[in-house]
Design a binder for this molecule. Structure first.
Ligand code: ZN
Length: 184
């Protein structure tokens, strides 16, 4: 009987935890749900191979970027959902690349995706980002990098809202929100 009660309590706890977590599981249909796994595999991912107009050596990048910016922008890292700077931000402004300052996204194109990462349905202009095939983590995804410095910003998925139906799932640490009136 005692064992039965203990088992029931344990089972209920598991069910409660699962239920509480369910919305985020459902929201993260794609690779995001594997974020716990990412750190493990990042070391074997390739560094960015293309050449871009704004280039710096690895040592120079380390000097100007914070450790998390460097890990994401230069090593294709992914930050944790819901605990990053802009996922829930409704502030007006322009999101620029944290590496080189190139304009990337407008807050007017940001929407609540429920994934825990800042999400946009379009970049300011298609030429500001480059799409690369990403075959890491045993799946094929479309990686988004800054067209000026090649910094990894995030991925794009086709489950976004109208009119593009795209979801640019970005890392907050790869972006910097700036006042649109102060940009050239
Ligand atoms: Zn950049």
């Amino acid at each position: 009987m005692k064992l039965f009660i203990i088992s029931s309590v344990a089972l209920s706890t598991v069910l409660v935890i699962f239920t509480l977590n369910q919305p985020s599981f459902l929201a993260e249909e794609h690779s995001e749900k594997h974020f716990h796994e990412l750190a493990k595999y990042e070391s074997v991912m390739d560094t960015i191979p293309e050449s871009f107009p704004y280039e710096k050596t690895e040592a120079e990048w380390k000097e100007i970027l914070t450790p998390s910016q460097f890990r994401i922008l230069r090593k294709k890292g992914t930050e944790f959902p819901y605990v990053n700077e802009y996922f829930d931000s409704k502030k007006d402004g322009i999101y620029v690349c944290a590496g080189c300052g190139q304009k990337l996204y407008d807050s007017n194109h940001k929407y609540k995706s429920g994934t825990g990462w800042p999400s946009f349905w379009k970049p300011i202009n298609d030429s500001l980002v480059v799409e690369l095939e990403d075959k890491s983590l045993f799946m094929t995804r479309t990686e988004i990098v800054c067209s000026n410095c090649g910094g990894h910003i995030g991925h794009v998925f086709d489950d976004g809202p109208e009119p593009t139906k795209l979801r640019y799932c970005m890392n907050s640490a790869a972006l910097k929100l700036v006042d649109r009136n102060k940009l050239p």
